[in-house]
Design a protein around this ligand. Sequence first.
Ligand SMILES: *[C@@H]1O[C@H](CO)[C@@H](O)[C@H](O)[C@H]1NC(C)=O
Ligand SMILES: *[C@@H]1O[C@H](CO)[C@@H](O)[C@H](O)[C@H]1NC(C)=O
Ligand SMILES: *[C@@H]1O[C@H](CO)[C@@H](O)[C@H](O)[C@H]1NC(C)=O
Ligand SMILES: *[C@@H]1O[C@H](CO)[C@@H](O)[C@H](O)[C@H]1NC(C)=O
Ligand SMILES: *[C@@H]1O[C@H](CO)[C@@H](O)[C@H](O)[C@H]1NC(C)=O
Ligand SMILES: [Ca+2]
Length: 374
Amino acid sequence: MISHIIQSCFLISFVLSTSQSTVKLIIDTDGVYDDIRGLTIALTYPNVEVLAITTVHGGVTANQSAANVVRLLRAVGKESIPIFIGAQDSMIPKGKIEVWEELFGYDGIGGVPDANPKALPSDFKSAQKMHAVDAIIQFTRNTSDVVLVGLGPLTNIAMALQKDADLANRIRKVVIMGGNYLGIGNTQYNSTAEFNFLMDPEAAQIVLSSIHTTIVPWDTCFLKGPVYNEEVDYEESLHQNTNLSYFLSNITLKAREFNTIAQQIYAFVDDIAISIAIDPEILKKSVELYASVELEREAKTRGQVTIDWLGTKYDPIDQQFKAATNKNEANWLKQTFVTEYDVKKINQLLVEAVNPSIRKSNLLISKNSLFILA
Ligand SMILES: *[C@@H]1O[C@H](CO)[C@@H](O)[C@H](O)[C@H]1NC(C)=O
Ligand SMILES: *[C@@H]1O[C@H](CO)[C@@H](O)[C@H](O)[C@H]1NC(C)=O
Ligand SMILES: *[C@@H]1O[C@H](CO)[C@@H](O)[C@H](O)[C@H]1NC(C)=O
Ligand SMILES: *[C@@H]1O[C@H](CO)[C@@H](O)[C@H](O)[C@H]1NC(C)=O
Ligand SMILES: *[C@@H]1O[C@H](CO)[C@@H](O)[C@H](O)[C@H]1NC(C)=O
Ligand SMILES: [Ca+2]
């Protein structure tokens, strides 16, 4: 009897460990609260290996972003994952970063340095010496099938693609949160652009003209966030009575208060890109479109993704665009724009991330063991 139990447990864990191979990620981030939420999923998911985290200017400085990530690594007990600081400014320098404090707090993560785990001065000194751009190049030389995830302005990724012409051939795929495809923007700067792309339009254009990417555009977050609010409680992960749940609750309090006043929803953003990178089935619908980025310095459209809609069909019943079929003469590359995602699965990943005791895979083991024993 006992040998049967051991045997069936062994068999099931074998099946579990082989049913899904490890996803290897390099995550480039500007380290604000929804980046940290997304990173929490990646850092705790069983089948994910985070090779490196690289930081970039954006909502806060690249150094503050690194410090925020160091604090998260302490919160999840993964201090050994290396962090590399990258570009401090965009390709065309824009100067000092004005942090949007009402939304982010002074540090991008709610301005609660005393929340557990406390922010430490050493958080600013824990990054590796190597530049983020070189880290992206080197870690993709000695590891195959890397998925590169961009959660901030694309400066580091663009510089890496420029510095190493072979990089695009080495990586398995690139998943980006940023940009738009319907011209819906989210910046304070009188612009139709999405924030990450507006912070470095030249970098965004280099990336989009160098490699095929899967993009979680702001329009999808904006349009689907409120719809999916009917399906999940976006705050479920904040009420799990674990230290990590309390941490996420503390660092997002400011943003949640801001959203309430602005009558917006505390929905997923960067978390969508991370989740799709981990589990492609979370991407429910997408459209292939020829895309480029507006670079005109004075334009109100600077940083907006421009789309060649010719040859694209709209299905009014499905309320979805169908992929472009024309040959784009301007040689814009086709990019995959995510238009629908499995919000329940993303929420499940996030809740499991802060509360591992309820992981579905654990339930599966006990359920199957019981079944076999019966
Ligand atoms: C960022 O941090 C590095 C050390 O990791 C330091 O050398 C550099 O001066 C810092 N830059 C700024 C702008 O604070
Ligand atoms: C790959 O290169 C990086 C950077 O040099 C290094 O830190 C890492 O340990 C290497 N990984 C492997 C698997 O050799
Ligand atoms: C947006 O435009 C208005 C009117 O031209 C101007 O007063 C304001 O400073 C602009 N805001 C930003 C952030 O550029
Ligand atoms: C939660 O954090 C507190 C304070 O740092 C610590 O004493 C406690 O051991 C932590 N609990 C768990 C389960 O890690
Ligand atoms: C902040 O974390 C502490 C535990 O470390 C918790 O008691 C408190 O409720 C949290 N605050 C918020 C706003 O979630
Ligand atoms: Ca971000």
